[in-house]
Design a protein around this ligand. Structure first.
Ligand code: PLP
Ligand code: COI
Length: 363
């Protein structure tokens, strides 16, 4: 499908962007992509100046949360160009999320043209290392209807944001955060929607996340609903541990998000000769292995967080359990972080073919 381009003349930020002073999620670049689904097909695809759109108060998304989204990044390359990291994976996960939420899918080619075209249009907003451009595709149900049913009209849109460090405001040490272990709540269950990216999965985490933030913590670690309370993932990242020098991460059993960072870190670890085991610790096992020093590192992996160390596991009763040396990102976490960022910023060969250039983007 042809994407119309209607760009503003003033394409670059008025002053150079500084990754250390741009809080995640608040500054938008000047263009967005939008397309509408009606009568069984996508139409009207365009990249245009960012503007608000109006919604009927009866739009299905506002009542029954029929929404899916993605999170991905574009990185400034050494030659001044811009590259997206594994965008096909986001395109496919967006399709899987849409199917689960009874929504139409966006064909991979349209998704890729939308995100690559937008990163190209707003390439002046892709900050240099350690900054990047965060890309947020989303789809909402727009049909005005108060019956509980799937919409027959949708809007697919993409906004982008220059992004510094996700945890810039909370980070208590060099690349590590403290997390709250959620014993009183679950975010997913077998047969639910934990393995797709839909708004409601996040709305339900806000209450306990607010508690965590109020206690000076940065994220929440969720456990499954089984009597063993097995470790699943964080509110917005997958979780990994280092035990006896090997990487351990919960398997993709249908209740956690198949993270693209997770997949990339696993690939990098195997390539480095680090053993990888997919296993979900029970809460009792996790506490015992952290206390005994078998687990030496924990990390949060995601597009926004990249690889951030977990310094302390905190419990709802106030107890705090330091992980490993409890300072910053551990040695193996840091190695994987450096490898990943090296590829993303084009400092190391793209040996797995993960980068896609936003065609004509130049600094
Ligand atoms: N888990 C959840 C719940 C997330 O929201 C995210 C972020 O998108 C991730 C894991 C990590 O996924 P990815 O690495 O694809 O960003
Ligand atoms: C991401 O890492 O892209 C996320 O979506 C996590 C969070 C910002 C919701």
């Amino acid at each position: 499908m042809q994407i119309l381009r209607n760009l503003t003349e003033d394409l670059a930020p008025a002053a150079p962007l500084d990754p250390s002073s741009i809080a995640f999620g608040k500054t938008f670049s000047p263009h967005f992509f939008v397309a509408d689904y009606r009568n069984g097909e996508w139409a009207g695809a365009r990249i245009a100046p960012l503007e608000s759109f109006s919604l009927h108060p009866g739009a299905l998304v506002l009542h029954y949360a029929q929404e899916v989204f993605e999170g991905m990044k574009a990185f400034r390359q050494p030659d001044g160009g811009v590259a997206l990291f594994r965008p096909e994976m986001n395109a496919r996960r967006f399709q899987a999320s849409a199917r689960r939420m009874a929504m139409p899918t966006v064909e991979e080619g349209l998704f890729l043209n939308a995100v690559l075209g937008l990163a190209d249009a707003d390439h002046a907003w892709v900050m240099e290392y350690p900054g990047s451009l965060y890309i947020r595709p989303a789809m909402i149900a727009t049909q005005p209807y108060i019956g509980v049913s799937s919409s027959n009209e949708y809007k697919f849109f993409v906004v982008t944001l220059p992004a510094g460090k996700y945890f810039a405001n909370h980070d208590p040490g060099p690349g590590a955060v403290d997390v709250l272990v959620a014993e009183s709540m679950v975010r997913a269950w077998p047969g639910g929607t934990g393995n797709v990216k839909t708004a409601a999965n996040y709305a339900m985490t806000l209450q306990i996340t607010a508690k965590a933030i109020a206690a000076g913590l940065s994220q929440v670690l969720f456990l499954d609903a089984s009597p063993e309370r097995r470790v699943e993932e964080l509110g917005g990242m997958n979780v990994m541990f280092v035990e006896d020098g090997g990487l351990v991460t919960p398997p993709l059993g249908g209740t956690i998000l198949p993270g693209i960072t997770r997949d990339s870190v696993i690939t990098l670890a195997k390539d480095e000769g680090i053993a990888v085991r997919e296993y979900a610790y029970s809460l009792v096992e996790l506490i015992a292995r952290v206390k005994s020093g078998q687990i030496t590192e924990a990390m949060a992996c995601g597009t926004a967080a990249v690889v951030t160390g977990i310094r302390t596991l905190c419990f709802e009763n106030g107890l705090r359990l330091p992980v490993g040396n409890a300072r910053g990102r551990g040695e193996i976490s840091n190695r994987l972080f450096e490898q990943l960022q090296g590829i993303q910023y084009g400092r190391q060969p793209d040996k797995f073919g993960w980068l896609r250039r936003a065609a004509s983007a130049q600094s």
